[in-house]
Design a protein around this ligand. Structure first.
Ligand code: GEK
Length: 243
């Protein structure tokens, strides 16, 4: 039987390397996100609820950095509007190959198209809902403004972008405290001190968090009329921006 429990950092790693979304990560991903991202199930549930409210008939719904498609399937479950298409993109071939194997009922309200690509390379258009669920944090900071400008201009008036991110805080004491509290959450979910510290090292050059203020200002400058945090647990947040 295939083991789907995340033990990727359980043993001492002799030559530490940057974290990559390869086949090994894809095979344990549902366990990894559930034990590593506070509030992940609540955020996925809200993506379903917000999709039923904000999707517009005849538009595209994008899931950027879809991993195994949790947000895409949440959108599909929430969708009541006709003639929509869900477009899910991830730069990890291992993730996209697994997504393509997930069966979709004939009676589903829309199709999901999965593409293996960099989200910076896509032409976005006719969108009503765009999801960036813990993906922007992996994109080079200097590319983030342009991507958000592109996304904001692809969204129709009244449409939304949901941006979930691990964040940092300007105040060092608060920042250190929330990192410690987050590590306690991981320990309570069965990760050892070794796993926590080896993963932290692997993510150091790859996951680049920004402050909530930086994210909200970027969303407003990109062309959204409003942007607010709707969820926060420790240093993990989800924001909604409305065009
Ligand atoms: C979920 N949204 O379960 N272009 C496309 N994909 C990218 C890029 C890029 N430039 N950079 C990283 N990725 C998911 C969870 S995981 C979050 C998202 C996490 C992809 C990367 O391959 C990975 O699958 C995903 O973004 C981030 O709702 O693991 O913390």
């Amino acid at each position: 039987m295939i083991n789907t429990t995340d033990r990727i950092f359980a043993d001492i790693i002799q030559k530490p390397a940057d974290f990559v979304f390869d086949e090994r990560v894809a095979s344990v991903f549902p366990d990894m996100v559930k034990r590593s991202i506070p509030g992940y199930p609540a955020i996925i549930d809200m993506i379903e609820t917000l999709t039923s409210r904000y999707a517009q008939p005849g538009t595209n719904l994008y899931d950027l950095g879809c991993s195994l498609g949790a947000a895409s399937f949440a959108m599909l479950n929430g969708l009541k509007q006709d003639n929509c298409k869900i477009i899910a993109i991830d730069s990890s071939l291992a993730m996209i190959e697994q997504c393509k194997r997930i069966p979709i009922k004939n009676s589903a309200p829309a199709a999901i198209e999965f593409y293996c690509d960099d989200v910076n390379n896509i032409d976005y258009h006719n969108a009503s809902v765009i999801i960036l669920n813990f993906t922007l944090q992996f994109i080079e900071p200097k590319l983030r403004d342009n991507l958000l400008i592109k996304l904001a201009s692809a969204i129709k008036p009244g449409g939304i972008l949901i941006l979930s991110e691990k964040v940092k805080f300007d105040d060092k004491e608060v920042n250190d405290l929330l990192i410690d509290v987050y590590h306690a959450f991981k320990k309570a979910n069965g990760y050892s001190d070794l796993e926590i510290s080896q993963k932290r090292t692997a993510l150091e050059n790859v996951l680049k968090p920004e402050t909530i203020e930086t994210h909200l200002n970027r969303l407003l400058s990109a062309g959204f009329k409003t942007a607010e945090v709707w969820f926060q647990c420790f240093n993990f947040t989800s924001m909604i921006a409305i065009k």
